[in-house]
Design a protein around this ligand. Structure first.
Ligand code: GTP
Ligand code: IMP
Ligand code: MG
Length: 417
């Protein structure tokens, strides 16, 4: 994989949980900065290597690589209490974070109000609920869009903070929320967070000008994007790679490489269409157990499906990916046989993702192709040869180069093609 001295965007090409955390940890060694550009604590990136294992929710996955600085850019929404305990957790693992964590003054803060609202909206929706992580994500982006949000910079200005919280209390008066308590808590937290908060776009622009390299780390996946995902069964942020640019304040022409992370099968947490979902519950359960497919944030069992080529083609086209990495090759190889979805039909006619509404996606029929796996007892040599074969299958179907694949949760277990 030749990345040169170019900036890179890494994004999820499915419904999230593709294993981006591991890939960012691996590739961050070649970068000076790792920047998170969307979402908040709804994400769960698992990083596991010979020294440690951690699930990161808000800190970029480059934090374990000591030569990197990590940035939470302005598109990220922050839960300060959770971030504080995440920083403590990283410290406890012996990682020196001094001067390495930078948070944009423009990040919006997730208030306890947003979490109450998330719960409230999901309850009101009943059977139409999205199945959110209940982290307050939809409501915090909603208050941001309606000019009501609280930015991190506001917690250093007690008058502004007080006024903003009072207005929010008036607007959302149907929610039982103690704004004074929130105010006092934020003022206290403000003191602790002051050293981390800067104009991150300024830092990034200077870094790029002086030849430093930046890796942008996406959270969730393209099929959960608020515009291009399966709306309303999606998340509130923009997960497409273009979001890295608009949410970080750097000019368009600063990124050359766009790398999509693709799991060899599909998983989804929460409601919404999933054309390749495996209907055989025993088989789905077998893959779920083999791949430990339980939400890294909520612990919920993930829905399981085969790799979905029409969905992937769509995600890659709108993302402009010029390279792919496959993950969980080992899990697919452990199955005696497996399938992937080659095409869709709607009402008897061949169709592709671009032409389908969210409702139509729920009722497409899929055409699958079966291939042979290896079985449960695999040698590393066998898994690598299987990975090479499957990489070729994916490449032929989606017309984007597969530059490597992952065959265990550990960062070290990666094959460069
Ligand atoms: P989101 O931002 O939430 O989308 O997360 P993510 O893409 O970083 O993925 P997440 O950590 O939620 O899930 C991936 C899981 O797969 C983790 O438990 C990883 O340790 C594990 N994993 C990653 N690559 C491989 C692999 O090649 N093989 C196996 N067996 N596990 C892997
Ligand atoms: P929210 O982002 O918590 O509002 O959840 C909206 C939808 O996105 C739900 O279906 C969640 O399960 C899904 N979602 C949010 N974050 C992640 C993630 O990191 N991985 C997988 N699904 C996610
Ligand atoms: Mg995850």
């Amino acid at each position: 994989m030749n990345l040169g001295k170019n900036n890179l965007i890494i994004f999820g090409a499915q419904w999230g949980d593709e294993g981006k955390g591991k890939i960012v940890d691996l590739l961050s060694k070649a970068f000076d900065y790792v920047v998170r550009f969307n979402g908040g604590p709804n994400a769960g990136h698992t990083v596991e290597n010979s020294r440690l294992k951690i699930v990161l929710h808000q800190l970029p996955s480059g934090i374990l690589n000591r030569r990197c600085k990590v940035i939470l850019s302005s598109g990220v929404v922050v839960d300060l209490d959770k971030l504080k305990s995440e920083i403590d957790q990283v410290h406890d693992l012996g990682v020196n974070t001094k001067g390495r964590i930078l948070i944009s003054n423009r990040c919006h803060i997730i208030l306890s109000l947003h979490k109450h609202l998330d719960q409230f909206l999901e309850t009101v929706k009943g059977s139409q609920a999205v199945g959110t992580t209940r982290s307050g994500i939809g409501p915090v982006y909603a208050t941001k869009s309606s000019y009501l949000g609280v930015r991190i910079e506001d917690i250093f200005d007690s008058t502004t903070l007080r006024e903003k919280l009072k207005i929010l209390h008036k607007v959302y008066n149907h929610i039982n929320w103690n704004w004074q308590q929130q105010y006092e808590h934020l003022v206290k937290l403000g003191e602790q967070f002051k050293p981390y908060v800067v104009s991150t776009e300024k830092v990034l622009l200077q870094a790029i000008k002086s030849g430093k390299t930046v890796l942008f780390e996406g959270a969730q996946g393209v099929l959960l994007d608020n515009n291009f995902g399966t709306y309303p069964y999606c998340t509130a942020s923009l997960c497409v790679p273009g979001s890295a640019i608009v949410n970080s304040g750097i000019p368009l022409n600063n990124v050359k490489n766009i790398l999509g992370v693709v799991k060899c099968y599909t998983t989804r947490v929460g409601q919404g269409p999933m054309p390749s979902e495996i209907q055989d519950l025993n088989l789905a359960a077998q893959i779920r157990e083999l791949g430990h497919e339980y939400g890294a944030t909520t612990g919920r069992p993930r829905r399981i499906g085969w790799l979905d080529i029409p969905a992937l083609k769509y995600a890659l086209k709108i993302s402009g990916a010029n390279m792919l990495v496959l993950t969980k090759v080992d899990i697919l190889a452990k199955l005696p046989k497996f399938a992937f979805v080659r095409s869709y039909k709607l009402d008897g006619k061949k169709t592709d993702w671009f032409d389908l509404s969210t409702a139509q996606l729920s009722r497409v029929q899929t055409k699958v192709r079966w291939l042979k796996g290896i079985g449960p007892d695999l040698s590393t040599k066998e898994v690598i040869s299987f990975g090479k074969m499957f990489s070729k299958v994916v490449e032929d179907n989606v017309e984007v180069k597969v530059v490597g694949f992952s065959f265990s949760p550990r960062t070290e277990d990666f094959y460069y093609i």
